[in-house]
Design a protein around this ligand. Sequence first.
Ligand code: ZN
Length: 352
Amino acid sequence: MGRTRFKKSPFRILFIVLVTASLCSMAVSGCGGNSTSAKSMDAQANLEKVLTKGVKPNEMGMVMVLEYHRVAEKESNFIRSIDNFKKDLETLYQKGYRLVTFHDLMTGRISVPAGTTPVVFTFDDSTLSQIDYIQQGGKTVLNPDCALGMIQAFHKQHPDFGYTSLFNVMPEMFDQAKYKKDKLDYLTSHGFEIGNHTLTHPLMSKLTDQQVQTEIAGLAKDVKGLDPKLNINILCLPYGSEPQNKALMFNGSADGTTYHNNWALLVGSDPFYPMYHYKNPGQVIPRVQVMDYDVVKGTGADGSGYWLRYFDRHPENKFVSDGNPDTICAPAYMQARLLPKNLPKGVTWLGY
Ligand SMILES: [Zn+2]
C-alpha cells in the first residue's frame, strides 16, 4: 500500500518527509535532543532514496551460510577446484552478494550497501588448502592458490566485496605446525572468525556425554593455548551430526575447560530466515554446500548452484539490504512475520 502511494505521488511524500524532518530537527535543537525521531526520519529518507533507485529492500528474506571444505586442482566430493573457487567469487560478486561475518548475520547487525545481499563463507577442517604459507624469494608469503590467497586477491580488486570468513578448525590447524599461531593471529586481527570443529572429527551422535564434552572442550583449550583472548562460541558439527544430549553442543566442560557456544552449524543444506523472522532456525544453523547444479542429471540439488539459480528466479525470497543497519526494512505486509523481541538493540522495523 505504502509503496503504491509513493509511486503515485512522490512529491507529496517528499514534502511530508522534508516538513517532518525540519520539525524533527527543530525538536532536536529545541529540547536538547530527540535522537530517536531524528534517526527514524533519516531512515525514512534513506528508504525513499533507495526506492527511487529501483531497489526493493527485503530484510525479511532468506540468507545463505556457504560451506567449503578443501580447495584443490580438481573438483570432487568436498573439494572445490581452484578455478571454480575463483568463479564463485566472481559470480557471487556479480549477483550482488557481499561477505559479512557469521556473528553479524546471526545477530541482525548487517551492514552491506543498499541492494546487496549478505553471505557468509565457512571453511571446515582447517586444511593446508585453505591457508598455505610458501617461500618465495626468501620470504614467507601466502600461496595465491589457497582459499585465503584467492579471497585476498579478489578483495584487492573488489574492496566492496568484503574480507571475512569463518574457519572451523581442528588441532592440526592448516597443517603447518610452525605457522599455526601466525595464521590464527592473522585471521583474528583481520576480522575473520574461528569456529570449533572438535578434536578428532567424530560422529557426535555415537558419543557419550563425557566424550562429547571432551571433543568440544579439548579444541577450545587447544585454541586458547595459542590465543588466550580468543573465545570461540560457534560449534561446527562434524558431518552435521548432533549429540544425543543436544544441550552439550552449547554448554559443557571437560578436563578443567568450560565452553559456551551460541550456535551449532549443520552440514546441509538450505538458506534460512534471519533471527527476527518467525521462521528463524534458532541456534542450529543450516549451511549450503558450495557445488554446481546440473539441471539435466539433477546433481548438486542441495548446493549453492541450485540456490543461486533459485534466488535468480525468486528474487522476492532473497534478503536485500536497505543499506541501513539500524532498520529492518521490508514490504509492509511482512511485518506480521517479524519477532520484535529478536530484533537487535536499537534496530527498528521499517515497512514500505
Ligand atoms: Zn569436517
